[in-house]
Ligand binder design. Sequence first.
Ligand SMILES: *Cc1c(COP(=O)(O)O)cnc(C)c1O
Ligand SMILES: [Zn+2]
Length: 479
Amino acid sequence: MSDAFPTRRARMEYVCMGCGHRFPVDRLIYTCPDCGGVMLLEDLDFDSMKEKGAAFWRSLFDSRRATRIRALRGVFRFYELMAPVLEEDDIVYLGEGDTPVIEAAQALQKKVGRRFAYKNDGQNPSASFKDRGMAGAYSYLKSLVRSHGWKEVLTICASTGDTSAAAAMYGAYVGEPIRTVVLLPHGKVTPAQLSQPLGSGAQVLEVPGVFDDCMKVVEYLADHYRVALLNSKNSWRVLGQESYAYETAQWYGWDLAGKAMFMPIGNAGNITSMISACLKMRRLGIIDEMPHIVGVQSEHADPVWRYYSQPAQDRRYEPVQVQPSVAQAAMIGNPVSFPRVKSLVERFEQAGGRFDVVQVTEQAIMDSMILANRHGHIACTQGGESFAGMLRAQESGILEKDEFCILDSTAHALKFAGFQNMYFEDSFPQAYGVHARAELVNKPRLLFTPEEREAMPAGEFTRAAAQAVAAAAGLEAKE
Ligand SMILES: *Cc1c(COP(=O)(O)O)cnc(C)c1O
Ligand SMILES: [Zn+2]
């Protein structure tokens, strides 16, 4: 197989999830000019790929794992399935994608009584899955800059922390003519997440309130000003995020039968991408069977769970007012992508897929995250949510006995160290409703105070400290 940038080009259009109207992709649109609905991107020539047969595509994508073409090393390994309108020079690659699937530690699988793995999306460059989508959005933006000759582009996003980190990083890399502005709910992103867009040099603006408030502001801006919106209303982000599902399928030899994929739902962009990617793989025969997809929501931000927990014939969607959640990156009461999910789930189920949403407690999220990380994983709070979701699904009989679970840890544990700290200090504000379980708490212990050290005779420190370590750790002296 030749290692060259793909030659396949296709016609693509935005399709409205509300009224079905279609629009050309020569400009950025977020919502339908006719009905205000959210959009998805469609490759009008997709079915022509069937001519080559599924085996051809599988082996092409497999051969690309070793490519030396930078543009194909990241999420665009699956270029033909995603954005066959971009040119090689448009594609921004910062090391995103190709994140490892780590089978859970044996002891942990035994404890849970089930085989499962984590896909560590925190191992993306800005330490969350949002890089996948940003690679998509910025690559498309570069193609627009090229074709329109734009001299200035201002990007904006509302964020629960990780979107702004990713947007600012890609914006800083691409540079002229792009300038990045991010809008955050004051005090509702972690210190690590706040440091990221600041470090990348973005303009960081904050408002009092929650993510849903910020989202309304950037939507207003997108309607009234010349800005490029980088939230997942931007369908190019959803497209980039499809790579998570392609990679997972590829890792398992293009076989997702008997596998349950768990992911947190916040604004519902990630789960939209997952379902969309499965539909595409199935349509080409790249996978023979659909996986089981399970969305997970905290009881403090659960509009999608509420919707799907009603009987199918009279489901009604209503936004919720969020309560403080440790899964802060998913603390969203009115997910922008809900209409996409609703429409794609119908198609997914018609194609033989199983879709569920489970609801978990804040306590279960924290306990699960800490338990996972005590077994060598690097789960963030949302990764803890995926784990808690698996336990919940298991209890409620949603999972088959031998289903293999793949849990999305959507960010790196380090971004959410503050929540771990609150757990270990047992200092959660009451609104979270989380208390430390003694057996999971871990704290540093100071062996002696600076004054005690000061008081030691010269030359005593090393021996005294070693003895204190030996006593604390229960070390035995050598014969
Ligand atoms: C954005 C985000 C989520 C939620 O994803 P959606 O696509 O908004 O549903 C979950 N976890 C992390 C770490 C995130 O950054
Ligand atoms: Zn419409």
